[in-house]
Design a protein around this ligand. Structure first.
Ligand code: NAD
Length: 492
């Protein structure tokens, strides 16, 4: 593999994300030779740390990958620490000098990757200074990686985008959505566009409904304070869920290139019906977890979690029916749901195909009801793979139909060897491939879909529905499908 040349400047280098995701991902890339001799990392944050102490922290953060002593020494020798308050213009000079020195020492050809692992309220000022203090280079590339949340609604997102856009061009901005780094999310495209038996049926004539579940079994843990200001709609639906919707709904790109895929994803998102307030009340439901039990575990209610307001109306669960107003999808509901403290952790997509036009077995069968539907399931986590249910004949007299499930899951060994989402995304960014990052048009369109939902709920005076921790959400989430004559395929 290629030894990519770059200087990584990580703002928020002492933070949780840096330690839990970024340093381990960089180490994986180092091990595979994707970065090798010609890279350096500057960690910055307010604290005064020495290079040595920083290297110890980095070494600790990669412990679970079981590096040899030699690997630790080699890898961490590329790490430098610079104490730096991002609001202080003068301090950027020091940072710039260090960057230039390392550029020369490691022969980095001016390639720079600025990773903002900090709260979004700092993004504007950091970008501005990177430009004004000339930390951006003229030779080589300068790319910005930023984390979610990207705004809290369309207006704030646009403001943020303008601030960043004053320093970086759209093609230099890499907005992370770690779901897009997942192998199986990328595999959605392989399943669709690599298999004629699916792509030729991928429309309203043959598909009854599309169901997407992003279930978490954990509660808010230590993030109660942050989460209470956000909620599941902004935390999950605006980004991850709508990204998955667009991958499933988009038209086939003419060629699998960044630009072609992006165009089709944006077109798909733009076709998602933006509801009015009345429609929101029918098509989108929310819930908040109350106390509950699962097996031997009992869980506290959301309102009792640390950092959460006593009377919080924040949703920890959302289920919605999205409609896509184009020829391909007219009339096909895309049901989505996501929540915390659900029965089981897992991300799954179920494509429910329409039954055959009539059941020719109706007289011979014990069960003259409709034939069971064919279902394509894409498992995204914790297992990865897919399954397809087909109808066969039950052995024996009469003509009873027996659904058979063809199931393929990647082995644990394959999974262990597959690149972690952040690792993939950082490598993509080094190569300048933004396919699996979110473009501004996608951010903007998603916020427009979500904003009206939030506004409608903000006006609601009835208390938020609750669901017992350990269940699959409030009753209204089941009613949502039942009133259309459907039901959730996945019932853990
Ligand atoms: P954190 O609070 O652990 O880290 C924040 C970092 O910013 C620290 O290093 C802190 O020292 C530094 N900092 C704060 N104020 C500063 C200032 N004025 N000058 C210089 N440095 C300053 O946060 P985190 O959990 O690592 O999250 C970082 C970003 O990533 C946030 O935008 C968050 O929403 C996002 N994010 C985090 C995760 C995660 O798993 N932690 C997941 C998705 C997105």
């Amino acid at each position: 593999s290629q030894d990519n040349k770059a200087l990584f400047i990580i703002f928020g280098g002492t933070g949780d994300l840096a330690k839990r995701k970024l340093y381990p991902s960089l180490f994986r890339l180092f091990r595979k030779g994707n970065i090798n001799k010609h890279f350096a990392v500057i960690g910055t944050a307010r604290r005064e740390w020495s290079d040595d102490y920083f290297r110890e922290i980095v070494a600790e953060s990669i412990e679970s990958l079981q590096p040899t002593q030699q690997e630790i020494t080699d890898f961490t020798s590329h790490f430098y620490y610079q104490a730096h308050n991002v609001n202080d213009t003068a301090e950027y000079q020091v940072l710039g000098d260090l960057a230039n020195r390392l550029d020369e020492e490691y022969q980095l050809d001016g390639n720079r990757l600025f990773y903002l692992a900090m709260a979004p309220r700092f993004f504007g000022t950091i970008s501005k200074h990177i430009k004004s203090e000339k930390i951006m280079t003229e030779n080589g590339f300068s790319r910005l990686i930023i984390e979610k949340p990207f705004g809290t609604d369309y207006e704030t997102a646009e403001l943020l985008n303008n601030e960043i856009g004053a320093a970086f061009k759209e093609e230099q901005i890499f907005r992370i959505d770690h779901y897009l780094g997942k192998e199986m999310v990328q595999n959605i495209s392989a399943v669709r566009f690599g298999n004629n038996i699916f792509e030729s049926l991928w429309n309203h004539k043959y598909i009854e409904s599309v169901q997407i579940t992003l279930a978490e079994s954990l509660g808010v843990e230590e993030r109660g304070g942050y989460y209470d200001q956000s909620g599941a709609l902004k935390d999950m639906v605006q980004n991850h869920i709508l990204q998955v919707v667009s991958l499933l709904a988009m038209e086939p790109p003419t060629i699998f290139s960044e630009e072609a895929i992006r165009t089709e994803k944006i077109n798909a998102l733009k076709a998602v019906r933006v509801y009015d307030e009345k429609e929101v009340l029918h098509a989108v439901v929310r819930g908040q977890y109350a106390e509950g039990k699962l097996g031997d575990n009992s869980f506290a209610s959301y309102k009792d979690e640390p950092g959460v307001e006593e009377n919080s109306q924040t949703e920890t669960f959302v289920a919605a029916k999205f409609m896509i107003d184009n020829f391909r999808w007219a009339g096909v509901p895309f049901y989505v749901r996501t929540g915390k403290r659900l029965t089981e952790k897992g991300t799954r997509i179920n494509i429910v195909f329409k039954s055959t036009p009539i059941n020719v077995f109706r007289e011979a069968s014990n069960d003259p009801a409709d034939l069971p539907e064919n279902i394509l399931t894409i498992y995204i986590q914790p297992t990865e793979g897919f399954s397809l249910t087909l109808n066969g004949k039950e052995i024996g007299d009469g003509f009873n139909i027996d659904p058979v499930k063809l199931d393929y899951r990647h082995s644990q060994e394959n999974l262990d060897n597959s690149p972690e989402a952040y690792e993939k995304l950082i490598l993509d960014c080094l190569k300048g491939d933004a396919t699996n990052f979110t473009h501004w048009d996608e951010v903007a369109t998603s916020w427009k879909i979500v904003d009206i939902i939030r506004h409608t709920w903000d006006k609601e005076t009835t208390p938020i529905p609750t669901y017992p921790a350990g269940s699959m959400g409030p009753k209204c989430a089941f009613d949502l499908l039942e009133s259309d004559g459907h039901k959730w395929v996945w019932e853990p």
